[in-house]
Design a protein around this ligand. Structure first.
Ligand code: UT7
Length: 375
């Protein structure tokens, strides 16, 4: 039985539209100087009307699969971490499953806000290491621009849209995901939330008038909490992996605020250049922020074969967690012919999905079932 869970594929998808601090200063009373000095963020991406959490996720997933020796039909499990799902239900993960043609994968969403990608990665790794599955897809995807209150300068400057995906595979080769810590404290649930649209405050005109369908945050409290937990979670997961903190080559933190990352570096007594940071380009993309940072560091060669990595995050819930990973470079080379075969499979997946919808329509007409809920 394979004992290890390795990341073998990785991909990201970000919208083309860039919203700079200067442009934001035309929407709310703020300035590039304030945003950069308090957060480190310079710009963020904003999804087009035809893009959504599911489409960004599916794009990132396809790119991640392209790097591997498997295709979507080999996936056993899809976990999609998100704070901005397409709907309350169905799960956004199921929409991605359909879009990429992962015909034998169970798919579900994981809601742990910005810590979600770490929790999802750990759950998928555990399933692989237990021997119950072989191949998993883990995605962090967001269109937070749809949940931001564009009149609230203390939150609208922070968030952005994007997605990142990892393929995880079982292997006998030592390394991969080694340990994780997952923590939560619901007593702080009110500090960062989208209060309405669920069962407690169903969508209503009144809720919308009060902006309860949009992100509300006590920034100072979240900041204090984050600076407390980032270093301790990193230390805990490193200890579980059998590493001293100095043995960590790179920490990939949730990209919320440069000052929070610097506080974590001070708390761990690690130089700031051991932290992978790209929040200046994308802002806080919640569940997508860690894969967006890690994929960039993989693609520019910063993360090398054998690197000891810690992924660490915090978010609404409150939740926080960290995960340690020894990076082993996958040795797969995908040929051009193979790429062609996969494009064909993607096309076939779309056709299959379309035909299933048509089949349901026809069956509905024959059996006289209502057309409700078919759109
Ligand atoms: O994924 C987790 C998501 N959440 C976070 O990571 C948030 C963590 N918190 C933070 O990053 C910081 O608390 C913020 C960046 C949100 C705010 O920075 P801060 O240094 O904590 O500022 P503050 O809330 O203490 O506000 C300081 C001042 C206030 O003015 P007064 O009351 O001192 O006159 C704010 O009204 O800055 C004002 N302010 C702004 N000024 C210009 C708040 N937002 C802005 C703005 N531009 N965008």
């Amino acid at each position: 039985m394979s004992l290890y869970a390795h990341v073998t594929g990785w991909g990201i998808a970000v919208p083309d539209e860039i919203l700079t601090n200067e442009k934001l200063a035309q929407i709310v009373e703020t300035s590039d100087e304030w945003i950069v000095s308090r957060t480190g963020i310079r710009e963020r991406r904003i999804a087009r009307k035809d893009q959504s959490t599911a489409t960004l996720a599916a794009d990132a997933a396809r790119k991640a699969l392209e790097r591997t020796e498997i295709d979507a039909r080999d996936l056993d499990l899809i976990i999609l971490a998100t704070s901005s799902p397409e709907h309350i239900f169905p799960a956004t993960a199921c929409l991605v499953q359909d879009s990429i043609g992962a015909i034998k994968a169970g798919a579900f969403d994981l809601s742990a806000a910005c810590t979600g990608f770490i929790f999802a990665l750990n759950m998928a790794a555990q399933a692989i290491r237990s021997g119950s599955i072989e191949n998993a897809l883990v995605i962090g995807s967001e269109t937070l621009s749809r949940l931001v209150n564009w009149d609230d300068r203390s939150t609208c400057i922070l968030f952005g849209d994007g997605a990142g995906a990892f393929v995880l595979q079982a292997s006998d080769e030592p390394g991969g995901i080694l340990s994780a810590v997952m923590r939560s404290d619901g007593s702080g649930g009110n500090l960062l939330s989208v209060p309405a649209g669920g069962s407690k405050i169903p969508t209503s005109h009144e809720a919308i008038d009060k902006n309860q369908h949009l992100i509300q945050m006590n920034g100072r409290e979240v900041f204090r909490f984050a600076t407390r937990v980032m270093a301790s979670a990193t230390r805990d997961t490193a200890a579980h992996a059998g590493w001293d903190v100095e043995e960590i080559d790179y920490v990939i933190p949730h990209q919320a605020n440069q000052r929070i990352i610097e506080a974590a570096a001070r708390g761990l007594r690690l130089p700031i250049d051991r932290f992978i940071v790209n929040l200046e380009k994308y802002g806080n993309t919640s569940t997508a922020s860690i894969p967006l940072a890690m994929v960039e560091a993989l693609d520019n060669g910063q993360i090398k074969d054998g690197s000891n990595l810690v992924l660490v995050g915090f978010g609404a819930g409150l939740t926080w967690g960290a995960l340690s990973m020894r990076w082993i470079e996958p040795k797969v080379k995908v040929t051009r012919l193979e790429r062609r075969r996969r494009s064909l499979l993607t096309w076939l997946a779309r056709m299959r999905s379309f035909l299933r919808r048509v089949q349901r329509r026809i069956e509905g007409l024959i059996w006289g079932t209502s057309s409700k809920g078919q759109e």
